[in-house]
Structure formats: structure tokens, C-alpha cells
Ligand binder design. Structure first.
Ligand code: NAD
Ligand code: FES
Length: 281
């Protein structure tokens, strides 16, 4: 069992949990993830390890509550526990050792960018993080990233930082030159847009993909992605890939395959909660 030792609401639907997982905390590297199962029979949820502390034996998980399983997970309170955490899974981030890295984080993807920026900064790389949210309340990890380098904050509505998508600020940095590598994590259209921005400059662009995952061991095929015309499994071959080679259209298509089932499951759980509420009233 993995006890929750801290819980913070980062944005209207994003929660940070710090949980005990001492072995994972000792060996995990930037870019790796875990698969979490709240309890017996619960859905398996892949989550990037946003941070860790080997001394306290804890890892940090950032969860966007979008469906039944993620809502169940963020409903846990400090002192309660998650049954299973498997990992660390996936390949560590391919890190550069010098130069200027631009880390682009869209919404909850900013939490995935954090360990990458952390590892780059520790290696002595100059890091500029470009992070964005729908509005001020949706911007996460700003303070943590400021400790690692420069930060440009963008909001869609202009309520904080620069008005506009992260891609606009990233485009200006590229035009100004001296960008050696770009790491981008966020919604699929954002990662695709970043890859198209960097392509003409020939700047290496690494994206972190989060397709549907089931086993996380390369056995089920659920997380298949197409990169450079070849099929890969994001859980064992990724989750990070060359953004200029990723078939984003296929990724977008596959990620919506189960949306109806997910919405049905969420509705069923909300109906169930209402019934319990009425029964108690
Ligand atoms: P969101 O829709 O609120 O967007 C966050 C920011 O991304 C925006 O503020 C904007 O700056 C940028 N953005 C969005 N659409 C864009 C576009 N078309 N062009 C350029 N920039 C754009 O994001 P959210 O709700 O926080 O994130 C949800 C999405 O992130 C989900 O689809 C989820 O699957 C994905 N996600 C990906 C990873 C990963 O590892 N790749 C991890 C977590 C979540
Ligand atoms: Fe099953 Fe990747 S999650 S193959």
C-alpha cells in the first residue's frame, strides 16, 4: 500500500499527490511514469512521476480528474492509500548536456515537463520553460520551474502572463535563435503545433505521448503509436518520441476511441453518488 502524505489542489481539476513509494523514489529518472491502481478491480492509470524524494521515499503524482477513475483517485485524502503503484516504467528522457533547452508545457502537461526541466537544469543546461493554461487558475508548476530557469507564462484569455497559446511564445524564442532542443508535453494539438514550429529550424523536438495504456508492459497493444512510419508501444518504447516523426493524426484518432465509454462510466458513477446522497438525506 502507498500512503498519501500530501495533497494539493493545483488548478480546478488538477491535484498533486505525494505518495510513499520508496524504491521508485530511489531509482526513477526524468520522463518515467508509473501505473497506478487505486484498489482491487480499479482501472490502471498511467501517471508521470512529476518529482521524487529519495530521503522521504515519496514520489509526486499530478492527476487531472477527467473520468471516474481519476476522480476516485483525487478523492483520496492524506493518510489514505493507493493499493498498487508499478514502475518506474518507460525510457528516461534523452537529455542534452549543454546549450539552451526550451520546455513547453500545456495545461497539466506542465507537470510532465517539470522533471525534464529539473534534470536538464541539474546537468547545467540553460532551461526556458514556456507554460500555459486556459486562464490564471489553470497555470501550474510556475514557481517550481522558476527555480530551474526562465519561465514564460501564457494564458488563453490573457488573465495572467502573456495572452495566447504557448506556441506563440515558443515561436518567438525560436525566431530569436539559440534554441538547441525543445521538449513539449500537453494536449495532442499543442505538441503537433510545436513540432511544426520547430521543423523548419531543424531543432530536435521531443514530445511525451500518453495514449491509452492498459498493462504498461508492451503486451496489450493499447498504447500503439506510429513514429516514422513504424509502430511503437508508448509504454515500453516511449513515452518520449521525436516529435517530427510522430503521426499525430493517428494519435488523436486513437485517443478518442473510448471517449463514449469513459463518459458513460463517469455518468454512472455520478448517478450512483447522487443516489447515495438521496438515500442519506
Ligand atoms: P488545455 O486544453 O487546457 O490546454 C493547455 C494549453 O495548451 C493551452 O493553454 C495552450 O497554451 C496550449 N494549447 C492547447 N491547444 C493548443 C493548440 N491547438 N495549439 C497550440 N497550443 C495549444 O490542456 P489540459 O486540459 O490541461 O490538458 C489536457 C490534455 O493534455 C489532455 O488531452 C491530455 O491527454 C493531455 N496530456 C498529455 C500528457 C502527455 O504526457 N503528453 C500528460 C498529461 C495530459
Ligand atoms: Fe499495453 Fe503499452 S500499455 S502495450
Amino acid at each position: 500500500m502507498h500512503t498519501i502524505v500530501a495533497k494539493v489542489q493545483l488548478s480546478p481539476n488538477v491535484t498533486r499527490l505525494e505518495v510513499t513509494a520508496s524504491r521508485i523514489a530511489q531509482i526513477r529518472q526524468a520522463g518515467q511514469f508509473v501505473i497506478v491502481r487505486k484498489g482491487e478491480g480499479a482501472e490502471r492509470i498511467p501517471l508521470t512521476i512529476a518529482d521524487s524524494n529519495a530521503d522521504t521515499g515519496t514520489i509526486t503524482l499530478v492527476i487531472q480528474a477527467v473520468g471516474k477513475s481519476t476522480r476516485d483517485l483525487v478523492a483520496l485524502e492524506v493518510g489514505q492509500a493507493i493499493k498498487d503503484i508499478a514502475g518506474p516504467l518507460g525510457h528516461p528522457t534523452e537529455l542534452v548536456e549543454r546549450g539552451h533547452a526550451v520546455c513547453v508545457g500545456g495545461g497539466v502537461g506542465t507537470a510532465v515537463v517539470h522533471p525534464i526541466a529539473q534534470a536538464l537544469s541539474r546537468a547545467g543546461v540553460h532551461v526556458t520553460s514556456v507554460i500555459g493554461g486556459r486562464s490564471r487558475d489553470w497555470v501550474i508548476y510556475e514557481e517550481e520551474l522558476k527555480r530551474l530557469g526562465d519561465v514564460v507564462v501564457c494564458t488563453d484569455d490573457g488573465s495572467y502572463g502573456r495572452k495566447g497559446f504557448v506556441t506563440q511564445a515558443a515561436a518567438e524564442l525560436l525566431a530569436a535563435g539559440k534554441v538547441d532542443v525543445v521538449y513539449a508535453v500537453g494536449p495532442v494539438p499543442m505538441m503537433r503545433a510545436v513540432a511544426e514550429l520547430t521543423r523548419p529550424y531543424g531543432v530536435r523536438t521531443i514530445v511525451s505521448l500518453n495514449p491509452l495504456m492498459v498493462d504498461g508492459t508492451g503486451m496489450c497493444g493499447g498504447c500503439r503509436v506510429s513514429v516514422g512510419g513504424k509502430a511503437y508501444f508508448a509504454c515500453v518504447d516511449g513515452p518520449e518520441f521525436d516529435g517530427h516523426q510522430v503521426d499525430f493524426a493517428m494519435l488523436a484518432d486513437r485517443s478518442t476511441t473510448y471517449r463514449e465509454f469513459e463518459q458513460e462510466a463517469l455518468q454512472r458513477s455520478l448517478d450512483h453518488t447522487c443516489h447515495i446522497g438521496l438515500d442519506k438525506a
